[in-house]
Design a binder for this molecule. Structure first.
Ligand code: 26Q
Length: 808
């Protein structure tokens, strides 16, 4: 294992020195927050040193660079992972110990940047860690939201959203890069001017917003690479209109400042759902334009104006369609600012942009009203229309028929809307899905016509997670056990985790594995006590479903099953089961009514059980408040069972499923997304698969759904549980509270909760039986950890590089 350059003594001195210089405090009278700041700045100093060196070598770099554009980067806290990647864990542990400091308590002081909703944002963060650790030159680019995803409180059994002002105490990890401030234009109109016998398009009467970049270092594990995560902040240009001030319009100037800063004010709390808000469109264009201006500036610094070299020297990767305006913006910069013709600009763009799709949910596919686009971004809109005209011409030619119905489905602008996914597919050189199944669905369904038209650009690359954060940092017990057992090569080559397989048969190893799981459950319980004054019994089985709340993820299936268990306990005096605590973590989008009702249901079930002594012996339900990256880091290592219940065909990949697996939880899942590949890795004896397969689901959709009432009539247990939603069992004072859920399930059930219930319930019976055989269960758990190596994002990034980026 690589070793750090920083010894324990200098770390201690440096922490004490910083407290003295910055806070005028000694260690004894400093607050935890001041101590966190001091510790973090010692780590930052080390990273800055590396960063300077890396940038120095980077100046002469003539190879290809990756820009990874994403509207979300859900990084989570940095301190622990930075220490880990600097290979200074041992030294810091000892230093903090000797200073009498509790490492967990200090780490907790770091505010968590919640710059993402869920999977897509967290994936981007894992990718950056792997890119640096594999020494690939890359820059992540996003928006510096002043408010990240809301903090969730539970009040009166319901979700309440509280603003997350994560920057209140400053951010140790960022530095501004004033030399790269640039301007982004909105509104106005386009004029045609004749210049040197060329027609030029010029935007007039626009409104300017300044984009200010802040850089966060991303240090790779045990290497010299320090890439950058660049976040853009919006502000009004200071000196445009001094007459404003002179004419006494000072307050108007302030208002403009206020208005401009709105663009980077808040992250939209939508996950797998699209809302066509103008401010959101502004956000997307704002950070995309700023990023491309910078990328082009950097290209010119490195290679001058030989623009045809661009595809060889950079890749612009867009994380879903949200940064898709990179396409027309790139065209605009090349044509209007650099004087290239349409054909050259279009060729460059089509060889530089790569696009990843993350969802097949139709409500998440991004479309913008043409009217809005035309008013907000007139020149961009013109370019989109021209792209559309040319694409449609090519299609008409291809189909030998200008009236072919496929053309309207594939058009970029149609029926008054701009279709971002069509734009991205038509204009990028690579389109990829995020699991094998998802890749197939993209080709055969979502983008079927495009696939037939341009098959070569379609591919599938299964998601991954960084094993550095999601095993080494969050589960130190397991990390140490693995290192003691098979050495530390797995850290660089995670697929070597396979070497653990023979130890399934080693009783001493199993006992150690069990001890660690038990300890992690205790740690989780402590954390829960500290966060929400609740505890859980570590002797219970931990059955966990943690992910955004969405109909298709089917938290309802889990909730109904818990009600059925409750009834079995209450109705049969001889009933017995392995004691289980069902733990949920889930934020609902604030405007998503049904999702919020489902949270109410889960909490109501939890309360029902808590007031029923007999049920409490076997069952508990815990709703973990404000599930975030730090919460996940504590919850996942404690889990026994991982619930991955999405309707088959709907979850593009899932990444939580991989984190649980890596930490030795067994999956209960449908054949959906990456669950399919987990199944392939561990084999049928080490996973619980249930429910309809994706092809059956899609057949059912084609037939127009099904009649949930039939199932209600034929399954007495399910009928009982459903009735309890509205008969006062849960809400004695107001039985109708959740009647919408009841009606939804009985008369619509678009995600087949009732249809899959029987199969789910059967699989859960097997879990109960198997868990009693602790040796059998431990073997399954160990198998899961041992087979999780392929789900490291290092493997994912290598595949992106081999098939799409070709960085080195
Ligand atoms: C787009 C436009 C306007 C408003 C909102 C949106 C929007 C925002 C977020 C659309 C989608 C998202 C998030 C999608 C997402 O997180 N998808 C998840 O991506 C993961 C990483 O690939 C997959 O593992 C998950 O299966 C997928 O659900």
């Amino acid at each position: 294992m690589p070793t750090t350059q920083f010894d324990k003594e200098s770390i201690k001195q440096s922490i004490i020195g910083k407290l003295q210089r910055y806070n005028g405090r000694t260690l004894e009278d400093a607050t935890d927050q001041q101590i966190y700041n001091a510790v973090a700045s010692t780590v930052r100093d080390q990273i800055m040193q590396k960063w300077v060196k890396y940038r120095e070598t980077d100046k002469d770099y003539t190879g290809k660079r990756l820009y990874y554009l994403s509207v979300e980067f859900l990084t989570g806290r940095s301190l622990h992972c930075n220490i880990l990647n600097l290979c200074s864990t041992q030294e810091y542990l000892e230093a903090l110990n000797e200073l009498g400091l509790d490492w967990h308590r200090i780490f907790r002081e770091e505010p968590e940047p919640g710059l993402g909703n869920g999977g897509l944002g967290r994936l981007a963060a894992c990718f950056l860690d792997s890119l640096s650790s594999l020494s690939m030159p890359a820059m992540g680019c996003t928006i510096r939201y002043e408010y990240g995803l809301f903090r969730q409180r539970i009040l009166g059994g319901q979700q309440v959203e509280v603003p997350d002002s994560w920057l209140d105490n400053g951010n140790v990890w960022e530095v501004s890069a004033m030399e790269d401030v640039c301007v982004v234009h909105f509104g106005g109109h386009v004029e045609m001017v004749n210049e040197d016998d060329r027609i030029k398009f010029v935007l007039k009467g626009y409104h300017s917003i300044e984009a200010v970049p802040y850089d966060m270092p991303v240090a790779g594990y045990g290497c010299d690479t320090v890439n950058t995560l660049r976040t853009w902040r919006a502000r009004a240009p200071k000196n445009v209109d001094e007459t404003n001030y002179m004419g006494g319009s000072y307050s108007r100037a302030l208002q403009e400042q206020e208005l401009a800063s709105m663009i980077s004010k808040v992250l939209y709390p939508e996950d797998n759902n699209y809302e066509g808000k103008q401010l959101r469109l502004k956000q997307h264009y704002f950070f995309t334009s700023a990023t491309l201006q910078y990328a082009l500036k950097d290209f010119k610094r490195r290679f001058g104006t030989n623009f045809m070299l661009i595809p060889e020297k950079m890749t612009i990767h867009i994380n879903d369609t949200h940064p898709g305006l990179a396409i027309p913006e790139f065209m605009r910069l090349l044509m209007d600012e650099e004087g290239l013709g349409w054909d050259e600009a279009s060729w460059i763009v089509q060889h530089t942009i790569a696009y990843t799709n993350h969802t097949v949910m139709s409500e998440a596919l991004e479309k913008w009203p043409e009217q809005m686009m035309a008013e907000l971004l007139p020149r961009i809109y013109m370019i989109l229309q021209e792209i559309n005209r040319r694409v449609c011409l090519r299609l008409a030619d291809h189909y030998q028929n200008g009236e072919d119905p496929r053309i309207a489905k594939m058009a970029i602008t149609a029926y008054g809307m701009v279709h971002m996914a069509n734009l991205c597919v038509a204009m990028s050189y690579s389109v990829n899905g995020v699991s094998q199944l998802h890749g197939e669905i993209l080709k055969n369904d979502t983008f079927k016509d495009y696939y037939e038209f341009m098959p070569a650009k379609f591919t599938a690359i299964t998601n991954g997670i960084t094993h550095r954060r999601w095993l080494m940092a969050c589960n130190t017990g397991l990390r140490n056990l693995i290192c003691d057992t098979i050495g530390d090569q797995w850290i660089r080559e995670p697929e070597r985790l396979q070497d653990l397989l023979p130890y399934r048969d080693d009783a001493a190893f199993r006992a150690e594995f069990a001890k660690i799981k038990r300890h992690n459950k205790e740690l989780f319980s402590d954390m829960l006590m500290q966060r929400q004054k609740m505890s859980v019994d570590p002797d219970f089985m931990f059955d966990v479903q943690a992910k955004r709340l969405h109909e298709y993820k089917r938290q309802l299936l889990n909730a109904l099953h818990i009600m059925v268990l409750y009834n079995r306990i209450m109705d049969d005096p001889n009933f017995t089961m392995v004691p289980r605590v069902f733990i949920f973590g889930a934020k609902a989008s604030p405007a998503y009514y049904l999702a919020k009702q489902i949270i109410r249901l889960i909490i109501a079930i939890s309360k029902l059980i808590d007031r029923t002594p007999r049920a409490k012996k076997f069952l508990r339900v815990v709703f973990m408040e404000n599930y975030d990256v730090s919460g996940a880091e504590s919850l996942i290592p404690a889990a026994d069972l991982s619930e991955q219940l999405s309707t088959a065909g709907k979850e593009a990949s899932g990444t939580g499923n991989m984190k649980f697996m890596m930490n030795g939880a067994v999956t209960m899942g449908t054949m959906d997304g990456a669950n399919v590949e987990i199944y392939e890795q561990v084999g049928q004896d080490n996973i619980y698969i249930f429910g309809m397969r994706a092809d059956t689901v899609s057949d059912l959709y084609r037939e127009g759904g099904y009649a949930p009432m039939h199932i209600y009539e034929n399954n007495a247990e399910l009928r009982h549980a459903l009735t309890q939603i509205i008969d006062g069992t849960l809400f004695p004072d107001n039985p109708a509270t959740l009647q919408d859920i009841y009606h939804y399930l009985l008369f619509s059930d678009p995600y087949f909760v009732l249809k899959d219930f029987g199969s789910y319930s059967m699989a859960q019976r097997r879990v109960d039986q198997d868990y009693r055989l602790q040796d059998k269960w431990l073997r399954m758990a160990i198998t899961n950890t041992a087979c999780s190596g392929v789900f490291s994002s290092d493997r994912t990034i290598k595949e992106y590089n081999d098939r799409i980026w070709h960085l080195k």
